[in-house]
Design a protein around this ligand. Structure first.
Ligand code: SAH
Length: 345
């Protein structure tokens, strides 16, 4: 289907599109026109770009194609919709739409499968098959906006996959989605969540776009974290915290730490105290996530009482802390319950 040198039109940044037009001896304002057709008017056919000359359209058609993704299943619960999406090669990913009072937030997948192997996470049970490209991440948004006929105001990269294991696509996606002449999603409305790939946290500290960074922490010491998250054996807490300190210093941004509450695993009050020591003095915010139980993995959610006591210890130690509101429990749309299924032909 795709010529070797062809690229998806959703894969090109505004700046590169300007360069493209300059290279073919055209005015760079053509980039503005194309972005307008793609992201404001939302057309899916070069021939409909009626203010662009025929010969340029022909050239565009030779160099780019329109890729698409299809919704193959949509399930709903109160305020939440889970989408199963099929990519051009038949691979499937999931995205979850949450309706908040402040707008519609979309949780997108960044990889087909995941190699991080966190022991509590359903999404990681299927090995990574490939990266989700930046154009496919853009299309997750376009497709779902088309389906609901409303704008998505917030995007969280917390679906299937580890975004920092797909760094180039993620950063390009941010650049495209944020551009004021395109989808124009504000960088403060974009959150990237990582299990802690340290070199990428350093790299991300230098990244121009000031999006939110969330770290899946889930344990206050190496022994426990390595049991839950194999990545901790590669990048233990000391190194992870050093990279986060650097990120905070460099970007002057607050980091979010996610901490799932697993019954009798990481939810003791001693764990809470240890967590306070680990995060003391950091410009951060802790999000306690009641664990969403999955059939296959055997972990239990902490009791409400335990979560509240854990919360109190953090509060008393002056940490900014919240308990995450639950979404999509009835349709397995909650964090870590998303699955990328086998190929669908
Ligand atoms: N790979 C990235 C993003 C995907 S996971 C990361 O690790 O951050 C998004 C969040 O959901 C992570 O914090 C993850 O640890 C958490 N999570 C995974 N399984 C969960 C479950 N069953 N219940 C609640 N949260 C879960």
């Amino acid at each position: 289907m795709l010529g070797v040198s062809m690229d998806s039109i959703y894969n090109i940044t505004y700046q590169d599109l300007e360069k493209y037009f300059i290279n073919i001896n055209e005015k760079k304002y053509r980039a503005k026109q194309v972005f307008d057709w793609l992201y404001i008017k939302r057309i899916k056919d070069f021939d409909k770009m009626s203010n662009i000359k025929k010969d340029i359209i022909e050239k565009l058609k030779k160099d780019f194609y329109f890729d698409s993704i299809d919704i193959i299943k949509k399930e709903s619960d109160i305020d939440v919709f889970k989408y199963l999406l099929k990519l051009h090669d038949g691979k499937t990913i999931e995205a979850v739409l949450m309706e908040h009072d402040y707008g519609n937030s979309l949780c997108i997948s960044s990889e087909v499968g995941c190699n991080m192997n966190c022991s509590f996470c359903e999404s990681g049970r299927i090995k990574k098959q490939r990266d989700v490209t930046s154009s496919e991440m853009i299309l997750e948004i376009l497709k779902i906006e088309e389906d609901i006929n409303k704008r998505i105001s917030h995007v969280v990269v917390m679906g299937i996959g580890e975004p920092f294991d797909n760094y180039l696509n993620i950063t390009k996606f941010i650049e495209i989605v944020n551009h004021p002449l395109g989808i124009a999603l504000g960088s403060r409305h974009i959150t990237i969540s990582t299990c802690g790939i340290v070199p990428k946290i350093y790299e991300f500290s230098e990244f121009f776009y000031q999006v939110n960074l969330a770290i899946s922490l889930h344990a206050p010491n190496d022994e426990l974290r390595s049991k839950l998250m194999p990545i901790n054996k590669v990048y233990p807490l000391k190194e992870l915290m050093k990279s986060i300190d650097y990120y905070i210093k460099k970007t002057k941004r607050r980091v979010t730490f996610e901490y799932i509450m697993l019954d009798k695993i990481n939810d003791s009050l001693d764990n809470a105290k240890e967590l306070c020591l680990l995060l003391k003095g950091k410009n951060c915010y802790v999000n306690l996530i009641p664990y969403n139980e999955t059939e296959n993995l055997g972990y239990k959610r902490s009791s409400k009482k335990q979560i509240l006591e854990f919360y109190d210890v953090l509060k008393k130690n002056n940490l900014n802390v919240t308990i995450r509101r639950e979404f999509g429990k009835n349709i397995s749309a909650a964090c870590g319950q998303l699955k990328s299924s086998k190929e669908i032909v």
